[in-house]
Design a protein around this ligand. Structure first.
Ligand code: M6R
Length: 618
């Protein structure tokens, strides 16, 4: 998740306005920053790595001439946070004639890059974005475009034709010395909003960027492009260039609310972002998805190390690797790693470290222990450029965008999605499951973002109501069998950390070996029960708890009438999700439950006491 912004002003210099707006968007990404302006027919650029204040101190972001410009604050997806990968990006011409800023992921960039390199284009960066200016140049050079959008500008017609070749998600803005008075923006999936003031026009990834300047906005929809000029604002359809008329809206958000896009807390915003983040994980390049399984396949032992929520993702992944790729893997809590495996790990061991931040001290320390004994280190993280990416032999970036709420939500489901794709890739490689099963799993994984969207739409009110009903309970049990044990652990951690309710998670089969003694009349027990091989025995465990007076909440499939009849309350999940993928959708109601419990109990879910987003001490 990056942030883009730009504006055309009637008077003055845009650079300080762009700088201030990027600062307001910094929460969307903060590993590099860049600006491009046009003045007197020339393109001026500043870009570098680091947070905005650091870059400003080094190269004064306000010191660019011109009344028209674009800017970008980056969250690395393709290419590490190096200056050359910072936006804006340019084509081949020297001095540059076209500058592009982009938020999103161009899925077909590798094919486009190859095609452009074959045509003689020289690329400077490792980003997906850089294909865009080269593609526009190529369109102009080879005159491969028709004036489909009926605008009197070759540059704009070529730009729209180039955008037509992009697959994936984007909010884009492009300026060029060939048409120095206009900015072209376009949107598919990534957010884009226009701001209208008497003396300026703005575009941005969200209204936060220009809220102190105007509250008159127009939301750009998927498949649309916009041409901005002095006194010009045209919205058209990318498909055929037809104009669209859309009314201006007034937003009455405070700057704090705007940053949260109108949600009361980052945690709720991030829960709602999950469908989009999951779609991003489905755009990971095969190059990376293929490389990790190669290492996993040849390892003598695979140990997954992580803390907190990331450990729960590893635990779920151990079931995925076992069931799909027939590979035994060992999930280990990072702070225990040195004691448990410090002496046995060796050159034949492979460590898969999972860390949202890539900076968790316990995880890095476990990795260091393994590195000293010559183990191979693989990483999965949300922060490209973090320590974990620097010390891993190979890493994958999960591309969830910054997570501000201390409780991990969107990053957990994205980790699960990436790990399940790795397990499927490994299964293919090892020939362990049939092509038919692989096809089915791949089809199901594609549907998960929509299913999660449906859960949020249909079950959020129910979770709020359940939170009201159970808010006075002093403690909870979360139970699940098989892979659902990981889901239960995550539900329990969420409730504990943000609503301060002591809760225990156990494998449902283990509950009768001790924890059941806690059950008294009305003790709340949440069962995670997808319809997999464990369901029949889970029904037995529900009966055991019910017989002792527990109040049971089940997270179950929508037409599981038997379970629905047995329990006090239930939450329905759309049918047809294979058990091995079930933690992704089944955890979502538990995140919502924890959130609304925190609200009901007057706790701040974004900043739970005693916790930090990234724990950098051992
Ligand atoms: O950044 P990491 O994934 O390494 O962080 C690990 C844990 O600190 C983190 O998951 C923590 O447990 C969260 N508060 C969970 O919501």
């Amino acid at each position: 998740m990056c942030g883009i912004f730009g504006c055309i002003m009637k008077d003055g210099k845009v650079a300080p306005t762009i700088h201030a707006a990027l600062k307001r968007l910094e929460y969307r990404g903060y590993d590099s920053v860049g600006e491009a302006t046009i003045d007197d027919g020339k393109l001026y650029v500043k870009k570098d790595t680091g947070k905005i204040d650091e870059v400003h101190e080094r190269c004064n972001l306000d010191d660019l001439p011109g009344r028209i410009g674009i800017g970008h604050t980056r969250w690395a997806t393709h290419g590490a946070p190096f200056q050359v990968n910072a936006h804006p990006h340019f084509g081949c011409s020297d001095p540059p004639r076209i500058a592009v800023v982009h938020n999103g992921i161009i899925e077909n960039f590798a094919e486009l890059r190859k095609e452009l390199e074959d045509a003689g284009h020289l690329f400077r960066s490792k980003t997906d974005t850089e294909v865009i200016p080269h593609l526009i140049e190529e369109m102009l050079n080879s005159r491969q475009f028709a004036a489909t959008v009926n605008i009197d500008s070759e540059f704009i017609n070529a730009t729209i034709a180039a955008i037509g070749r992009l697959q994936g998600s984007y909010a884009l803005a492009i300026v060029s010395t060939m048409d120095p008075g206009r900015i072209v923006c376009a949107r598919n999936e990534s957010p884009l909003v226009l701001g209208i003031a008497d003396d300026a026009l703005y575009f941005a990834s969200d209204v936060t960027a220009f809220l102190p300047l105007t509250n008159k906005v127009i939301f750009v929809e998927n498949g649309e492009f916009v041409v901005l000029g002095e006194d010009l604002l045209e919205i058209r359809r990318l498909a055929d260039g037809n104009p669209i008329s859309r009314k201006t809206k007034l937003v009455d958000w405070s700057p704090g609310m705007a940053e949260k896009q109108g949600y009361p807390h980052f945690m709720l915003k991030e829960i709602h972002e999950q469908p989009r983040c999951l779609r991003n994980t489905l755009r990971l390049q095969n190059k990376y998805l293929g490389l990790l399984p190669t290492f996993l396949d040849r390892a003598r032992e695979v140990i997954m190390v992580a803390c907190g929520t990331s450990y729960h993702a590893c635990l779920a992944a151990s079931y995925m690797f076992s069931k799909l790729s027939f590979l035994a893997t060992y999930p280990v809590i990072a702070s225990e790693f040195a004691e448990q495996h410090g002496k046995s790990v060796n050159i034949d061991s492979t460590i898969l470290a999972v860390s949202q931040s890539g900076e968790t001290a316990d995880t890095l320390s476990a990795v260091e222990t393994a590195r000293q004994r010559a183990a191979t280190i693989l990483g999965l993280t949300n922060v490209v450029g973090s320590t974990l990416t620097r010390i891993s032999r190979v890493y994958i970036g999960q591309q969830s965008g910054p997570e501000i709420g201390v409780a991990a939500t969107k990053t957990f489901t994205s980790q699960l999605s990436v790990l399940s794709q790795l397990a499927i890739q490994l299964a293919k490689r090892r020939g362990k499951i049939s092509q038919e099963e692989i096809d089915l799993l791949e089809e199901k994984i594609e549907n998960i973002p929509d299913i999660v969207e449906g859960i949020i739409e249909t079950q959020e009110e129910k979770m709020r109501a359940l939170a009201r009903k159970y808010k006075t309970k002093q403690s909870f049990f979360f139970l699940g069998r098989g892979i659902s044990y990981a889901t239960a652990l995550e539900g329990s951690l969420k409730l504990m950390e943000i609503a301060y309710i002591p809760s225990l998670a156990f494998p449902a089969g283990e509950s009768k070996h001790g924890p059941i003694s806690l059950i008294t009349q009305g003790f709340p027990v949440i069962f995670v029960c997808p319809p997999d091989e464990t369901r029949r025995t889970v029904v037995g465990n529900i009966m055991e708890m019910k017989a002792r007076g527990a109040s049971i909440i089940a997270i179950c499939e929508e037409d599981d009438e038997d379970i629905k009849k047995l329990v006090d309350d239930y939450v329905e999940i759309k049918r047809g999700i294979p058990g091995v993928l079930s933690p992704i959708p089944y955890v979502v109601p538990l995140q919502l439950f924890a959130y609304y419990m925190a609200i009901e109990r007057g706790c701040d879910p974004d900043m739970p006491r005693n916790l930090a987003k990234s724990v950098t001490v051992k």
